[in-house]
Design a protein around this ligand. Structure first.
Ligand code: ATP
Ligand code: MG
Length: 412
């Protein structure tokens, strides 16, 4: 069936009065970036919602990309007709006729006269549209409470909008509307899901990945770049900091404290990430930790590891079961890449029995005995490589980011 527009509804953030403008602006930017591959589509913005005019673009393809825009709760395909009684009735009859109607499908008409000069009131319009629908489709039955079909009819000055279905969208907060955090990205299943969850809550994330050449391969690094690419399809633009970790990591080997390896490595990762966060003005660190999943994710471990930074550590997956995390990974499209079998620097030196209950005093005394450690952390930061991924592509030097075509936009 052909539609004319899509109506995009915003989520909970619309309640927050003061931030509303800022939130709506970031929604607008996000919508603009995802509809870029549909050149005929045009955005119409209105207080509290947004429309996308199709102008011949495929509604299904657009709904598929728009469903992923953070902050949108639902999308309705809309039919448009002139604001004249006959045209409205004719469109309503055609529109409802295209829906799946069975015997006793319940319905009601919910008309709203936005343009007060239209000659019939909202209440009159409910009847004027409802009667011909009942006559044309005898299987319909009026039901005021919870009908299966609620045909909404918005009568505006020039045009009238009709819609009834709503496809659910991802919800959350507009991208980047709640500040910026660093995200510890390994090549595993969990951390990309943590990234997506953080972005859905309105956080802009910059990914930080630690690698250990020659112990970890180029393929392991490429895998993380690939995961970040997938994430950039949600974020629009995302930074990935690749940090060489070999020197830091090897300073923890041969100390006779193998069971504390992971604890020491994680604390070093947090320290380095905190330094990068300061430079990038990020105010939190997000990880893919899930309570109890492995030795470094028990409560005692989280306590000792977390003390290495003053920044809040956000763990979106902390209370989730692995199966639910896997399902989300499949949904957002990172799972297949995550399960590619390349080693992570943490799995590399994993001791036979990593501690589940590290002792902070011992950990701190080991760290202070390593006099070179602060310098090594600093060097790791200096030697990091930063790449930018945008809409599923890696940006290379010389790419002018401001050259993006401007999407037509209209305010009313
Ligand atoms: P994931 O499935 O995301 O790889 P995991 O199950 O392997 O996590 P751990 O190895 O204990 O779990 O890692 C816990 C968290 O520490 C990860 O979710 C990630 O946030 C961070 N992390 C682990 N390895 C790295 C790395 N090489 N670079 C950056 N962050 C890492
Ligand atoms: Mg994990």
């Amino acid at each position: 069936m052909t539609y004319d527009m899509l109506l995009l509804r915003f989520g909970e953030f619309t309640l927050k009065g003061r931030n509303r403008n800022r939130f709506e602006k970031s929604m607008l930017n996000h919508v603009k970036s995802v509809i870029r591959p549909f050149p005929k589509a045009k955005i119409l913005k209105e207080y509290g919602r947004m429309y996308v005019e199709l102008n011949g673009e495929s509604p299904d393809a657009l709904i598929e990309v728009l469903r992923k825009v953070f902050g949108l709760v639902s999308i309705s395909p809309v039919r448009v007709c002139p604001s004249e009684l006959d045209a409205i009735i004719e469109t309503a009859v055609d529109f409802i006729g295209k829906s799946q109607l069975s015997d006793n499908t319940t319905f009601k008409v919910n008309a709203r006269r936005v343009w007060k000069k239209f000659p019939h009131s909202s209440h009159e319009m409910n009847h004027l549209i409802g009667s011909p629908l009942l006559r044309t489709y005898p299987q319909l039955k009026v039901q005021v409470r919870n009908p299966q079909i609620e045909l909404k009819v918005e009568i505006r000055e020039d045009l009238t909008y009709l819609f009834h279905e709503a496809v659910s969208a991802v919800g959350g907060y507009p991208l980047g509307s709640n500040g910026k955090a660093m995200l510890l990205l390994s090549g595993g299943i969990d951390s990309p899901v943590a990234a997506w969850s953080a972005m859905r809550r309105g956080l802009e994330v910059e990914c930080v990945h630690f690698y250990s050449y020659p112990y970890t391969s180029q393929q392991a690094k490429d895998k993380v770049i690939e995961l970040t690419k997938i994430l950039s399809n949600y974020a629009g633009r995302i930074k990935l900091h690749l940090v060489p970790f070999t020197d830091v990591q090897t300073s923890f080997t041969g100390l006779g404290q193998d069971n504390l390896m992971i604890t020491l490595m994680r604390r070093a990762m947090l320290r380095i990430t905190t330094m990068i966060a300061e430079r990038e003005n990020a105010l939190a660190i997000v990880t893919g930790d899930s309570l109890g999943q492995v030795a470094s994710q028990t409560l005692p471990s989280m306590n000792v590891i977390g003390k290495a930074t003053d920044l809040p550590i956000l763990r979106p997956l902390v209370m989730m079961d692995k199966n639910d995390i896997i399902n989300l990974a499949k949904e957002i499209g990172t799972f297949e890449t995550s399960i590619l079998p390349f080693e992570d620097c943490c799995t590399l030196f994993v001791p036979k029995s990593p501690t589940t209950n590290p002792n902070l005093r011992i950990v701190e005394s080991i760290e202070s005995s390593l006099v070179d450690l602060p310098e090594k952390l600093q060097i790791a930061v200096e030697n990091k490589e930063t790449i930018i991924l945008k809409n599923g592509k890696q940006m290379t030097k010389g790419d002018n980011e401001s050259q993006d075509e401007v999407v037509k936009e209209e305010w009313f």
